[in-house]
Design a protein around this ligand. Structure first.
Ligand code: HEM
Length: 307
């Protein structure tokens, strides 16, 4: 079943997160259980690729105009079938030598479909069988961002090496970036800015503490003057970015003074790009209290404006 772009973007972002956290979560040789899905279990099945010996490697190049430009046909020769050629893949038109990742990318391994080509589209959808193509046409900003995060992964990887640009939608025959690439870069930097503003809001109005015990009907919410600041109380906060049409809500700890300083009109025009509009809604059980109990079943409080 196709669950939609938003879900796909979330899966990709989650996959990226899972993968980034792996070194902190499990020792090297701990593999996920087979029930986690064919892709991940296939990825974790180390064997053929690693056992058959290392691929030769290419020297790293500088990621600048003048780096080698690969054709699609040249890159295809590096899909891992020939053990005498370096194992390569491309992401958003950047070609990487991923030889040390043979356990993922060599024939028969979980991510073999990425080798010898630019499979950027599948980096968001996860559908390596049908989406192993470079085009991100029709993608949402979140999906583009997920793919660009994977590009950062390869850029920053300690063992993988940048070895040139791939001629195609993102780089021309001489390695010049295309307008399509510029469009993706713009989308990415916009998404980053939006994410940064939201992260700042979460710093400014830190999430309240909450505790709910099994068998109890209520959730306890409270603010800690030492951590959240003196005079802070739990309140339902919505931060809205009118430009990006992005909205996030959470139980925050805010003092009455901080609340009145922040915007509280949802319809107010943003005065600066990516400026957030804040709306505070009291939890009826928490009004004026530092600590309160809310029924677990209660949804968000009605969005009556509160200053
Ligand atoms: C959009 C979907 C996904 C994409 C694009 C993706 C991509 C990748 C890539 C590129 C690698 C190899 C990274 C490297 O070179 O070091 C990898 C490894 C891995 N992935 Fe995924 N993945 C996806 C979904 C998932 C899901 C859903 C899971 C698990 C629930 C998962 C679990 C893993 C694990 C465990 C590894 C490391 C295996 C090992 O260390 O042996 N992936 N993934």
């Amino acid at each position: 079943m196709w669950l939609g772009w938003r879900t796909a973007a979330l899966v990709a972002a989650a996959a990226f997160l899972i993968y980034s956290l792996l070194p902190f979560l499990a020792p090297d040789d701990v593999a996920p259980s087979e029930s986690q899905g064919s892709q991940s279990s296939a990825a974790a099945r180390k064997g053929k690729g690693a056992a058959a010996g290392a691929y030769p490697r290419l020297e790293a190049e500088e990621r600048i105009l003048g780096a080698r430009v690969w054709s699609v046909a040249e890159l295809a020769l590096h899909d891992g079938q020939d053990r005498n050629r370096p194992l390569l893949l491309a992401i958003v038109g950047e070609v990487y030598d991923v030889g040390p990742g043979a356990r993922f990318y060599s024939p028969g391994e979980g991510y073999a479909e990425m080798a010898g080509k630019d499979a950027s589209r599948a980096m968001s959808t996860g559908k390596f069988d049908v989406d192993a193509v470079p085009s991100l046409d029709g993608f949402s900003e979140e999906q583009v961002s997920a793919v660009m995060q994977w590009r950062s992964f390869y850029r920053q990887h300690e063992e993988y090496r940048f070895v040139g640009f791939l001629e195609g939608p993102y780089y021309g025959a001489h390695g010049s970036p295309t307008l399509e690439l510029q469009r993706l870069e713009d989308t990415q930097s916009k998404t980053e800015k939006v994410g940064k503003t939201m992260a700042e809001a979460r710093q400014r109005f830190k999430a309240c503490n909450s505790k709910s015990k099994q068998g109890e009907d209520n959730t306890e919410l409270w603010c800690d003057p030492g951590y959240h600041g003196p005079g802070t109380m739990p309140v339902y906060l919505t931060a809205y970015n009118p430009e990006a049409k992005k909205r996030e809500s959470w139980c925050a700890c805010a003092s009455p003074a901080a609340r009145s300083l922040a915007h509280s009109d949802d319809d107010a025009p943003a005065t600066a790009p990516n400026e957030l509009v804040f709306k505070f809604t009291d939890y009826p059980e928490c009004k004026g209290k530092m600590r309160c109990w809310r029924p677990k079943k209660a949804g968000p409080p009605t969005t009556r404006k509160a200053k």
